[in-house]
Design a protein around this ligand. Structure first.
Ligand SMILES: [Zn+2]
Length: 684
């Protein structure tokens, strides 16, 4: 980052005599143009305060943003216009227009706002430095025609590096593919193994340069201390979720340098009210948090990235993100550590105007916690008097699924599954009541029938009096557990009840998929399966429509096709062959992916593509699916820019899970790119 010299003109005109780039006394008065909601204004002001806090030395403030008063000769006007941009400095003599444009939602990432405010404070982009050609190469042949101006280099008469080194890690540096016309890099670092274009936070050198320009001091009180820096927090509602990183957690290359290995957890995060949310941690570990739009792809942590943070929390080793979250959007929070291979307990706290939904979704490789041996389950009134019971009645029948409970290759026990979650952490007693000899198992997250050893927390046969299972277990709030109720012996059937006792009523929902009885196929008009096999098929149908608000991708991969598409999460609970097809007046086109679909790399993860195998112009294919794997179905059209209604039908041995996951309309972050997170072009 570097700032323009005040004694020479910025390249748009001639500086006025006596003009100055730095704001007088470090004070930037502001006003907001109409066009923002109160929560959006709050978010921008909170980013201003965060910038003040980063520049402050020993809490002595050095720059300040405050509402303008009538006697202010200069002030910025924050406007919800197109793109993210700011003029440079208080007064370069060029214009009296000091509009700072922060488009909602495109610019509503804290580091992007701070990037623009650094322009306001007087700084150019890092790659405009006079010495930049010693550090980067600009590939003008890849720059969008007309955008070359964004790669201008300023000489020493205009720009001052403040004697700081070139900073690849500056928040003011463009990414590799900024303004790229063809996806190829527009900027290439000349040094190996450096990352450019980060929009997570100010770098140490960014902070140092502001302090130099504004003569910040660690001792002198240059500005009155702000006494209400934590004021926004008092109106917030917190949700806290405890977890722990263990050697059973997955790892990923967090620093994306090819050799970092950090254990991590993933959380689904969503909110029902738009607004500013604070996402932080509390731990003895040095934590590191990242937020993603939609899914997190461990081997491509740059995709879907919104923001990350290492140490902005109150305790200096804790992450804290401040973000504007949209309602009903699925975000993924990745909680990890600054260093490799660190394990330990921690908590995530999300604060905002309303309670957020935060669900731990990490898939751990083996048992995440040691099995709990509790001796005996007791229904003694003395121990349950403070307990609140939740009871669910069920029955095992010949229509229930079976699994190899003893893991000896030949046991066959009918079972039920239940989703179990609690809203208050604590010890819960879980047991059964039945004439059968029952057997209970609790799993962290999912139960995988052909791998009953995975995710297991506790097993029990007879601890609850006679032949009934029972155990005590410490449950976390808002985590999803799976209770498996089965029998000690093979092929036993009969009614039973599950009772969960604890400090509060729990959520206990039977999720067993029953019914091996063949069901007549649903006639959908277009989709026909083989008559010889359909009588054993169960259909799952999803209705949707492609509209101009759908995302597009280059379906033919020829660089210029543009097809609207939908994505669906698809998973099955029984392995087997499934037929997947469409019914529509459009000429549809279907693709199935293993795991994630990456729109700008549709060749990755691809299992099968089909255009017209299913009667006329409808896609259709048969594919062998594994249970509890996650597949992505992409439904699109043969031709570009086609819109219309359609139906997806999946036929197989059992009902499948088919959930539309398309993100429609404007999204708060830039489109997925392969070169990192990219901000809006306009800047100065
Ligand atoms: Zn900029």
């Amino acid at each position: 980052m570097l700032f323009p010299s005040s004694k020479n003109p910025f390249n748009r005109g001639v500086a006025q005599r006596g003009s100055s780039v730095p704001w007088t006394d470090g004070i930037v008065p502001y006003e907001f143009a109409p066009g923002y909601t109160p929560t959006q204004v709050e978010f921008i002001i909170a980013a201003m305060h965060q910038l003040e806090r980063l520049i402050a030395i020993n809490n002595v403030q050095c720059i300040m943003f405050r509402p303008r008063i009538s006697s202010d000769p200069y002030y910025i006007r924050v406007t919800n216009g197109n793109g993210c941009s700011s003029y440079i400095g208080q007064n370069t003599g060029v214009t009296m227009n000091r509009t700072v444009t922060l488009n909602y939602p495109g610019c509503f990432v804290q580091a992007i706002i701070m990037h623009e405010l650094l322009h306001t404070l007087g700084f150019f982009h890092e790659q405009s430095r006079p010495d930049r050609d010693e550090y980067i190469r600009v590939n003008y042949e890849n720059v969008i025609l007309g955008m070359e101006r964004n790669f201008e280099k300023y000489d020493n008469s205009i720009a001052d590096t403040l004697n700081t080194p070139y900073d690849y890690g500056s928040v003011m540096h463009y990414p590799n593919n900024g303004f790229s016309s063809n996806g190829l890099p527009t900027i290439e670092p000349l040094q190996p193994n450096v990352t450019i274009g980060q929009r997570a936070n100010l770098s140490a050198i960014d902070i140092q340069e502001v302090r130099i320009l504004y003569n910040c001091s660690a001792t002198g009180i240059t500005l009155p201390l702000r006494t209400t820096t934590t004021a926004p927090m008092v109106h917030l509602i917190n949700i806290t979720l405890s977890s722990a990183l263990t050697v059973n957690n997955p790892t990923y290359d967090r620093r994306d340098n090819g050799n970092s290995s950090c254990y991590y957890d993933t959380f689904n995060l969503s909110v029902s009210l738009a607004g500013t949310y604070y996402i932080g941690s509390n731990s003895a570990m040095d934590t590191y948090g990242s937020l993603y739009n939609g899914i997190f792809i461990p081997n491509r942590p740059d995709l879907n990235f919104i923001a990350s943070d290492d140490d902005s929390g109150d305790d200096s080793r804790q992450f804290q993100l401040q973000l504007f979250l949209e309602p009903h959007v699925q975000y993924t929070l990745v909680a990890t550590t600054f260093s490799n291979m660190v394990t330990g307990p921690y908590a995530v706290i999300v604060s905002g105007p309303q309670r957020a939904t935060l669900i731990l979704t990490s898939i751990v490789g083996t048992t995440p916690v040691a099995p709990i041996t509790t001796g005996s389950y007791s229904t003694n009134p003395a121990t349950v008097i403070y307990m609140i019971n939740t009871t669910v009645s069920s029955a095992l029948t010949v229509n229930n699924p079976i699994y190899d409970r003893r893991g000896d290759g030949n046991s066959s026990c009918y079972y039920d599954t239940f989703d179990l979650s609690v809203s208050m952490a604590g010890i819960y007693y879980i047991g059964s009541n039945s004439a059968m000899d029952t057997y209970g198992s609790l799993y962290n997250g999912s139960f995988i029938p052909n791998r009953p050893d995975l995710n297991l927390i506790v097993n029990n046969d007879d601890s609850n009096g006679g032949t009934q299972f029972g155990f005590a277990v410490s449950l976390q709030a808002h985590a999803t557990y799976t209770l498996v109720a089965t029998t000690f012996s093979d092929m036993a059937t009969g009614p039973y009840a599950v009772i969960v006792s604890g400090a509060q009523r729990v959520t206990l929902i039977r999720t067993t998929i029953v019914g091996t009885t063949p069901v007549a196929p649903i006639t959908t008009g277009g989709y026909q399966t083989n008559p010889a096999t359909v009588i054993y098929m169960i259909n799952t149908t999803a209705f949707s429509a492609l509209t101009v608000d759908n995302p597009i991708y280059d379906r033919r991969g020829d660089g210029n096709s543009s097809c609207y598409y939908d994505t669906f999460d698809l998973s099955v609970s029984i392995a087997g062959t499934y037929r997947i097809g469409s019914n529509s007046a459009m000429d549809t086109y279907g693709s199935l992916y293993n795991g994630s679909f990456i729109p700008n790399r549709p060749d990755l993860n691809l299992i099968v593509n089909n255009d017209d195998s299913n009667e006329g112009t409808q896609f259709g294919f048969a594919v062998s699916l594994q249970p509890h794997a996650r597949y992505t179905l992409v439904a699109t059209t043969f031709a570009d820019f086609e819109t219309g209604r359609y139906t997806v039908v999946v036929s197989g041995l059992q009902r499948v899970t088919l959930i539309r996951t398309t993100i429609i309309g404007t999204t708060p972050v830039a489109p997925i790119t392969t070169g990192g997170y990219q901000t809006n072009p306009a800047s100065n």
